[in-house]
Design a protein around this ligand. Structure first.
Ligand code: HEC
Length: 458
């Protein structure tokens, strides 16, 4: 055994590298908050392996995607468990990426010399969201299909480039075979390649710069008068390392977190599993998809921005937030790292977390009608959408409410499709009823459009 080891080491020299890696001193007080990164690495490995196994049983076409997924779920040994692990690990990754970013922010670890490490982390965060967005469609059930209709619509609402992005994502005007092929390619080829490269770059930087020491209220070494930040930082970090401990000390905590997380994932995968609804039906317009829990906050945000200001919630707030994250290390460059010595940064973090928390909670508990309304316009057929427009321009909104828009002179029409047939509606509109005036100037086509819209209100 020894001799084999020596034989290999003579040729590859890995032993030295490994020893240097494990023995390298890291600052003291490296604790639990530092374990998120290594747990993420492990979970990404889990996704890689379970993803490969899932791909063995998956056919990416509208005719077969659902059937192959459902076959895997019911007929392949451990198929359901495999889907469960892949799904719950995806959730765990989003959660840990969030914790990892919050920790890095709180410790001011994005500051010199780790600006590029932070930047690569922000892009990794976006890649992770890309994985979950593209992966969601693959089972091709109702939830997958309609969430993608809504999600791509949101991307399509971006100013200027929206329509182009929409066509690129969908590979056509509607969500269909081309969309599935593209999402599959992104999920299993393009995003993994980007992820692996970014993770390698991220780790390289972390090892090169050393793990950021926990922030201290008083630095170990005071800066000399007029000393440049870089020189002071080098002395400070050297002092941290002198008091530090070897890296493998920290590995135990990493291993414990990984073990706990993976047990929880196995438990959820076995007990809750990965649900599979009925097969996607592009013709049903009354399906209400619910987004994954980590998109609920954005989803709820949309609900507050409607009409002319819709792009604010849809596009400007999320994009602005990402740009802010990217720019962060370049405008916040002070020496202080301790959260209490950076009151503005800490207050901003608390505000963002509180907002995400509240939006997620409200989004998760919102009645489905609220969800439905946010989604409704994106699910309308062209005829129904034209009717929705007429409903406003013909003045129906001056007397009728649909969801929260309109006046209450006449009855609320949010669910009128349940109580009246198309014929009854057409007759009320053309001949009037009680205090409602007749609308005689509508063309037959306009009348059909309005009725089609009202019929969709269920
Ligand atoms: C001036 C106010 C007013 C306007 C404008 C108006 N409505 Fe009405 N609408 C009413 C009132 C009041 C009723 C209740 C009539 C009754 O039942 O006596 C009504 C009833 C209805 C009903 C039946 C609802 C039910 O629950 O029975 C429908 C459908 C309807 N309106 C559609 C429309 C459409 C479509 C337009 C626009 C083209 C419109 N209304 C414009 C006042 C208005």
């Amino acid at each position: 055994m020894r001799r084999v080891g020596r034989w290999v080491d003579e040729r590859l020299g890995l032993g030295g590298i490994l020893r240097a890696f494990l023995d390298r001193p890291i600052p003291r007080d490296i604790g639990w908050p530092h374990t998120f990164g290594s747990a993420l690495l492990f979970l990404m490995g889990v996704q890689l392996v379970t993803g490969m196994l899932l791909a063995l049983n998956y056919v990416a076409s509208p005719g077969s995607a659902y059937a192959s997924t459902s076959y895997l779920q019911t007929h392949v040994s451990f198929g359901a468990l495999l889907r469960g692990i892949h799904l719950w690990t995806a959730s765990a990754i989003v959660l840990l990426v969030g914790l990892h970013m919050v920790r890095t922010f709180l410790y001011g670890a994005y500051k010199y010399p780790r600006e590029i490490t932070w930047l690569s982390g922000v892009i990794l965060f976006l890649v992770v969201l890309g994985f979950s967005f593209t992966g969601y469609l693959l089972p091709w059930d109702q939830k997958a299909y309609w969430a993608t209709v809504v999600g791509t619509n949101i991307a399509g609402s971006a100013p200027l480039v929206g329509q182009l992005v929409l066509r690129l994502l969908r590979g056509g005007s509607a969500v269909g075979a081309a969309t599935l092929a593209r999402f599959f390619a992104f999920h299993v080829l393009i995003l993994p390649a980007i992820l692996v490269l970014l993770v390698i770059a991220h780790l390289y930087m972390v090892i090169r710069q050393g793990i950021a020491a926990p922030p201290r209220k008083r630095a170990l070494v005071e800066p000399l008068p007029a000393e440049p930040t870089m020189e002071w930082y080098a002395r400070e970090y050297a002092a941290e390392k002198r008091q530090g401990k070897p890296f493998y000390d920290a590995l135990l905590k990493d291993a414990i977190l990984v073990a706990v997380l993976f047990s929880a994932i196995l438990f959820l995968a076995e007990v809750v599993g990965a649900p599979l609804g009925v097969a996607a039906d592009p013709n049903s317009t009354n399906f209400i998809p619910r987004p994954e829990w980590y998109f609920l906050d954005v989803f709820q945000l949309l609900w507050y921005f409607k009409g002319a200001i819709e792009p604010v919630g849809l596009f400007f707030i999320p994009t602005g937030f990402i740009l802010l994250l990217i720019a962060l290390p370049f405008f916040d460059r002070g020496r202080q790292r301790h959260p209490l010595r950076r009151p503005i940064a800490t207050a901003a973090l608390v505000a963002v977390l509180a907002m995400v928390g509240v939006l997620t909670y409200v989004g998760a508990t919102a009645p489905t009608s609220a969800l439905n309304e946010t989604l409704s316009t994106s699910q309308l057929t062209p005829e129904q959408a034209a009717g929705a427009k007429l409903f406003a321009t013909e003045g129906c909104v001056n007397c009728h409410k649909i969801d929260n828009v309109g006046a209450s002179v006449g009855p609320n029409l949010s669910h009128v499709g349940r109580i009246l047939t198309a014929e009854q509606m057409a007759s009320i509109i053309t001949t009037g009823k009680g205090a409602m005036p007749p609308f005689k100037t509508l063309t037959p086509q306009e009348l059909n459009e309005i009725v089609a819209y009202l019929q969709s209100r269920r």
